[in-house]
Design a protein around this ligand. Structure first.
Ligand SMILES: [Zn+2]
Length: 429
């Protein structure tokens, strides 16, 4: 009885497979798909073309009409991805050439109204980092606001109001429970060695994302210095302008605009305090807003909720090109940043991370050594050592990896470095 049952199942599978992989199936499904296409029923035609191509992946007509259908269907996420795959298909035929052209039109239409942006600089390497829009308002916690004059907090709140008013979807709420914070704002003393030979190099604030190993955005830490290196409080305007810029980072814009009219521009060291922070209150530019809107339309790879997906999202490679192109643009961006801020360790750390993504570990180490020579805060020294440990780990140089990781741990003993050390030790086994 049992044996017969198995045979029966086997027969079914065999017949099924024959049917789907046969020229008959390719032809049958193609005809069906073509009929639907002719009637303008593009979405319905797609699965039949796919069945036909499953049976005969090189079917010239099926491939061509499949591309035509995709380019006429509603450009939802899955359609974008399918057209992208056809345009980048290994089979080099009329269909793939036509798909390339149609892909350009699709991108053009999807970006209609927001094409003027700096989205290439907003991504983080190959990752799209942003909040799940459903979790707005973002919960903001102020740690020890009594350390600074009252206008620090009110200026930061004013900057939040501007982001909210200009976007209609960004929302913040202030909370009193630190463990619940999405954005954790704190105030700290400026490092003593910010000045050298009468020249002071320092920032007003900085933002660091906290991302778990499984690519979950835990929170954004936004740290303001209490004073400048001379011990003077920042003005309300300096705090406001800085907050407006740093909030852009906390929302997921992980790089900088190359245009001085944008709030997310990175300011040249020499102009630092003169223009941007003192002259007038900044306002978000159209490009800042378009970049943020586009960022929140693209499917994220790092977010506060897992596996966010929607057919209304944009497929990242369609907007940003393939990984190599993106990394190349990032390299350009960080090299420019280093030209602007040759003394800041962070530019070299970012550069190293792109080299790491490209698999060029020697260049990554060289950039990290450059960063090490310029690191003047414990956070920076920690980051350099942590990233060096990762680079040696990727090069399979276990002893050096462990040495750097332990040095990093002696500076800051957090979960990231503990995880890394246990990974390195496992590699040793
Ligand atoms: Zn910035």
């Amino acid at each position: 009885m049992r044996r017969r049952f198995l045979l029966f199942l086997f027969l079914i599978v065999l017949v099924f497979a024959l049917f789907y992989k046969s020229p008959f199936s390719a032809m049958y499904n193609y005809n069906k798909a073509k009929a639907l296409y002719t009637q303008g029923q593009y979405e319905q035609a797609i699965p039949y073309f796919e069945r036909s191509l499953f049976a005969d992946p090189r079917g010239i007509l099926a491939r061509f009409y499949y591309v035509l259908t995709l380019s006429k269907a509603k450009p939802v996420y899955s359609v974008q991805k399918k057209l992208y795959d056809m345009a980048n298909s290994k089979i080099n035929d009329e269909a793939s050439k036509y798909a390339k052209v149609q892909l350009m039109y699709m991108k053009y239409n999807l970006l209609d109204g927001i094409e003027n942006n700096y989205i290439y600089n907003a991504s983080m390497g190959n990752d799209i980092l942003r909040w799940d829009i459903k979790s707005f308002p973002l919960k903001v916690y102020f740690d020890n606001p009594t350390l600074v004059p009252d206008y620090y907090v009110s200026s930061i709140k004013n900057a939040m109001i501007q982001w909210t008013n200009h976007t209609n979807f960004v929302k913040f709420s202030i909370i009193n429970e630190p463990s619940q914070a999405d954005i954790y704002i704190s105030f700290k003393d400026i490092q003593k060695d910010a000045c050298e030979n009468g020249v002071c190099k320092y920032a007003v604030a900085y933002t660091e994302p906290e991302i778990s190993k499984d690519k979950i955005l835990k929170k954004m830490n936004l740290t303001f210095y209490k004073t400048n290196p001379r011990g003077e409080n920042f003005s309300a305007r300096e705090v406001f302008n800085t907050a407006l810029h740093e909030l852009g980072h906390t929302l997921g814009i992980m790089g900088h605009s190359e245009n001085p009219n944008d709030v997310m521009y990175s300011i040249k060291e020499s102009d630092y305090m003169l223009d941007f922070f003192k002259s007038e209150d900044q306002a978000l530019s159209a490009r800042d807003l378009k970049t943020l809107v586009l960022l929140y339309r693209i499917e994220p790879t790092i977010s506060n909720t897992k596996n966010q997906h929607s057919e209304t999202f944009y497929y990242a490679p369609l907007v940003l090109g393939n990984d190599d192109l993106r990394l190349q643009k990032k390299l350009d961006e960080y090299r420019k940043y280093i030209q602007l801020y040759p003394h800041m360790a962070s530019g070299y750390i970012n550069l190293a991370s792109v080299y790491g993504d490209l698999g060029d570990f020697d260049s990554a180490l060289k950039a990290l050594n450059d960063a090490e020579a310029r690191a003047n805060t414990t956070d920076e020294r920690y980051l350099v050592l942590y990233n060096k440990a990762i680079t040696y780990y990727n090069k399979q140089e276990i002893t050096k990896a462990l040495e750097c990781a332990q040095k990093a741990q002696s500076i800051k003993d957090d979960n990231n470095v503990r995880d890394l050390i246990s990974d390195i030790e496992n590699l040793n086994k």
